[in-house]
Design a protein around this ligand. Structure first.
Ligand code: SF4
Length: 327
């Protein structure tokens, strides 16, 4: 969802405060902890981008400047994850971003990062929404050294599309709302995908989230996996419901509920089938987002399953109990 206005830097804090106040005043959201998310205003209470803009402007007491029409400004395929060397506005400086697989850093790596930021930059580190880390203000002549040093401490700059695009929420390890484990799973999933499709040539957002609250942002992923439990061979196991086709840019969309779920151990095989189907069917130059946008849910589900299957329902958000279904 895009709210088509510009926010001048001088008003940024005021606008953030307005949004927070709108959230705070929603008693419906505050009555149920599992629904304490702004998204429920849109999903269940009929809010739209226009409603939100009206509410923000009412709080501000002024109108914001409209932004250009979306089609005029949005490129085909957008991927901004800050990985690699990015020239800064300051002519002599660059930022170097490293990919932190599923957002896990050790204490030792944090100390080494701080040392690198002091040695090569101005002591600042920045964390990104893709769970990556950025060292800014590095003289252009020293960026190669920084890349090598980052690689040496296990924070890789040159990585596979699966490594680069994987993020995971906290999951069962530390989150009491979680239904599925996410951090170890996503690490294993990335290594499986690298083995299965070593030459895959597309950027891909592979987001793993441990329950329907979607802190892992399954809704904006090319492939979003939402944690659940199913019974497989008589045992209850971690599983994931698939959302496919979330994108920004020309094919901007919320990921579609594709009606497919799989036990965690079966996910790599399902994703391999889906991506091989894309590689086989793509037209010259067609990226993954364009392919997902033009392909029906039924076809994508069949590609994931390996055969045509009936859709399964996505679980409702947890309301105090955990939802378990048969495989
Ligand atoms: S999505 Fe669920 S499991 Fe993951 S951090 Fe959020 S509440 Fe916890």
């Amino acid at each position: 969802m895009r709210i088509p206005v510009f926010i001048p830097q001088s008003k940024a804090v005021e606008v953030v405060e307005a949004v927070l106040r709108i959230f705070k005043e929603q008693t419906e959201l505050r009555e149920n902890r599992t629904r304490a998310r702004l998204k429920y205003l849109f999903m269940r209470h009929g809010w739209t981008a226009e409603t939100m803009l009206e509410a923000i402007e009412a709080k501000l007491g002024t109108k914001l400047d409209p932004s250009p029409v979306e089609e005029d400004v949005v490129p085909d395929d957008v991927y901004r994850d800050h990985i690699g060397v990015t020239p800064q506005r300051q002519a002599a400086l660059s930022a170097v971003g490293a990919s932190v697989l599923r957002g896990r850093l050790t204490g030792e790596q944090l100390i080494q990062l701080a040392d690198l930021a002091e040695e090569f930059g101005d002591g600042h580190l920045r964390a990104t929404i893709m769970q990556n880390i950025l060292i800014a203000n590095i003289p252009n002549s020293r960026t190669r050294e920084v890349v090598e040093r980052l690689n040496q401490i296990g924070l890789r700059v040159e990585v596979s599309p699966f490594w680069r695009g994987a993020i995971a929420c906290t999951g069962t390890e530390f989150c009491k709302l979680a239904i599925a484990e996410t951090k170890a799973f996503s690490k294993w999933l990335v290594s499986e995908m690298e083995d299965r499709l070593p030459t895959f040539d597309q950027q891909i957002r592979l987001h793993v989230t441990g329950c329907t609250n979607s802190c892992g942002q399954s809704w904006i992923a090319d492939i979003g996996l939402e944690g659940k439990k199913i019974k497989k061979d008589g045992a209850m196991v971690d599983a994931f419901y698939f959302c496919v086709g979330g994108a920004v840019g020309k094919y901007a969309a919320i990921a579609r509920q594709i009606g497919f779920r799989a036990a965690a151990e079966d996910c790599p095989e399902a994703i391999e089938r889906l991506l091989r189907a894309y590689l086989a069917a793509r037209t010259p130059g067609e990226d993954l987002r364009a392919y997902f946008a033009r392909t029906s849910d039924e076809t994508l589900r069949a590609q994931l399953a390996g055969t045509a299957v009936a859709p399964v329902e996505r679980d409702a958000p947890p309301l105090g109990g955990r939802h378990v279904v048969d495989a």
